[in-house]
Design a protein around this ligand. Structure first.
Ligand code: NAI
Ligand code: PYR
Ligand code: MG
Length: 566
């Protein structure tokens, strides 16, 4: 609801509002007269979606709904999350980004260009919302597995923040999608007449660092306590290193992905019955996500009794040049050195096939961006070597998945423990429905953000990230565990986010980085109730606004200023 002196906000045009609220908001007469139930509103939206066969058209319809009728959008998304997540997030958001400048109709976030350096604070001042609690920021330089999309990557902060609202109850107006227009290495975009970003080459790493230094100060001065999520940067390690212990920030691709995959791995490893010391993990892709995931699992293996060196040696990372080894002859990027092998006896393994044959892995992890990289032959061998091979093709969007759910099952004689980054449909086999896991950071980042905001944590510690993973792994209902699922039902995501947020809050308290005094001595039950009470719920928003308007007794606000023209 907008303040009395402001023009109506998008949520004010909600057709579920009573005449009284419409008069107060000055939207009376601006929307059709019927006061609609939430069910009627939802059925119209679902019909609109049905009429559009292409996912991208559904995406565009939903984007426009978010901009014009925000609470209805979130009611629809949170009540139909299984159907809506693939439309507002991966895989469809991939197309949304690829076509961003071509489809552009309305502002949905904030763009700050390299030419704004020195004045970033004044650009932030243009953001129309007063209280921002969380931002997702990208420079568009590695959007999903689609490469450098420049400012077209804005779909990712918008999509991720929509999930923060729908899945963890952050208020929509407290979110800031932020695109850093730092140029693009994508020549075809620079030459596209409809491209809406700066037509310059990507700035240098040093220029980017200086720009980020200014941005971090400006963001935290304007909104003290703001949670900053770094997303889809091509090389995000330096920023995490520089700002991690200093600001309330985290990197979703390194840490969020690490946590979500760890949660699935904890369950999967238990299912295999193979002790962690005998697990052998081949990672196809040694970038931010690959290394982030491997490091989280190292910590788990250590907690299960291995030394750090023993744990580290359970991993074989493969990049474009093959197995990452000490004597490969190229200068290894800093983040790969920790996992670089020294036991290859001078032999270099150039392809994933060679590495798989050499290692005979128990775990095959895909964070490479290369669709179909897990061949039928590799999958068949995984099935022959393991009673329950763990196969996680995690690259997004769907076309980049290293294999399909169907292939993983078919070639392993239906023994694979499977999770993918983008969703796959369930498959019927032998009269039984086989359901794939979705190992996507969407299971943890909403809860990490919520827990951080509510605990008023000054930084996001590794222990908070680890707690998000263990909390997620314990969130499965017994019926989900008995069906062999690695992740909980997506329809329960709001409840799951509460569990994750509580784990994050407790870890923040243990680390001593929390500042919310009122919850320090709360037990589990009380804390859960408190967390839920703080969450935005689009299904009760109409009622909340109704009560707020009815409760207004100040005649100058009601009869005089806002409603008198009626
Ligand atoms: N499921 C999830 O929640 C998440 C999935 N991802 C996905 O993981 C993928 C990688 O993301 P990042 O690690 O951030 O990217 P990145 O660019 O940092 O790393 C990509 C890695 O793949 C390797 N690679 C690329 N092409 C290859 C080839 N032809 N052969 C062998 N290796 C190759 C690169 O050498 C690099 O090590 C993306 O598709 C992204 O969508 C990322 C974050 C979360
Ligand atoms: C899911 C995600 O963060 C990615 O694919 O980059
Ligand atoms: Mg990402």
């Amino acid at each position: 609801m907008s303040a009395a002196h402001l023009p109506p906000a998008p949520g004010d045009y909600d057709t579920s509002h009573s005449t009284t609220v419409r008069k107060y908001n000055r939207t009376y007469g601006l929307v059709p007269p019927a006061v609609e139930s939430l069910d009627v509103q939802a059925s119209r939206c679902l019909k609109q979606l049905e009429r559009r066969p292409q996912s991208i058209d559904k995406y565009l319809y939903l984007s426009s709904l978010r901009s014009t009728n925000v609470h209805l959008f979130y009611r629809l998304v949170s009540q139909h999350i299984k159907d809506m997540a693939p439309l507002i997030y991966t895989p469809t958001v991939g197309d949304g980004c690829l076509q961003w400048s071509h489809n552009y109709v309305q502002p949905e976030g904030l763009y700050i260009s390299y030419s704004d350096r020195g004045h970033i604070a004044s650009v932030l001042h243009n953001w129309p919302q007063v209280n921002v609690e969380i931002t997702v920021v990208t420079d568009g330089s590695r959007i999903l597995g689609l490469g450098d999309l420049g400012i077209n990557g804005m779909g990712i902060p918008v999509g991720k923040l929509s999930l923060y609202v729908a899945c963890a109850g952050i208020r929509p107006e407290a979110t800031l999608p932020l695109m850093l227009d730092l140029g693009t290495g994508n020549k075809s975009l620079r030459e596209d007449p409809l491209y809406m970003g700066s037509r310059r080459e990507k700035v240098s790493a040093q220029e980017e660092k200086e720009f980020l230094d200014e941005l971090m100060v400006a963001l935290t001065e304007k909104w003290p306590g703001i949670v900053i999520q770094f997303e889809d940067f091509k090389n995000p390690f330096p920023a995490l290193e520089t700002y991690g212990g200093k600001y309330t920030c985290f990197n979703d691709d390194i840490q969020g992905t690490g946590a979500v995959v760890l949660a699935g791995i904890i369950s999967a490893v238990k299912r295999t019955g193979v002790p962690v010391k005998d697990q052998r993990a081949v990672f196809f892709g040694a970038g931010s996500a690959g290394v982030g995931v491997a490091k989280q699992i190292v910590e788990y293996f250590m907690r299960e009794g291995l030394t750090e060196d023993e744990a580290r040696r359970c991993f074989w990372l493969v990049d474009t040049k093959g197995l990452v080894t000490n004597d490969r002859g190229d200068k290894l990027a800093e983040h790969k050195i920790y996992f670089s092998r020294d036991d290859n006896a001078g032999k270099q393994y150039k392809t994933l096939e060679e590495v798989v044959d050499h290692v005979r892995p128990t775990i095959l992890m895909g964070l490479s961006t290369i669709g179909g990289a897990f061949t039928p032959d590799m999958l068949t061998k995984m099935g022959q070597w393991n009673e329950h091979p763990i196969i996680f093709p995690l690259s997004n969007p769907s076309a980049n998945s290293e294999c399909t759910f169907e292939d993983a099952l078919k070639h392993t004689n239906y023994k694979a423990l499977f999770a993918s980054g983008s969703p796959f449909a369930s498959i019927e086999h032998d009269g039984k429905l086989e359901t794939p896991g979705q190992g996507n950071n969407m299971y943890v980042f909403p809860g990490i953000g919520l827990g951080t905001i509510l605990s008023k944590a000054t930084t996001i510690t590794q222990s908070m990230i680890y707690a998000s993973a263990t909390s997620l792994s314990t969130s499965l209902h017994p019926s989900e565990v008995s069906q062999g699922w690695l992740y909980p039902e997506l329809a329960r995501i709001r409840d799951v986010s509460v569990i994750v947020a509580m784990g994050v809050i407790k870890a923040a308290q243990e680390a001593g980085v929390d500042r919310e005094q009122s919850i320090k001595s709360m037990g589990n039950e009380e804390l859960e109730k408190w967390v839920r009470s703080k969450m935005y719920d689009p299904t009760t928003e109409t009622q909340r606004v109704e009560e707020e308007v009815q409760g207004l007794t100040d005649p100058s606000k009601w009869g005089g200023n806002r409603g008198s023209h009626l």
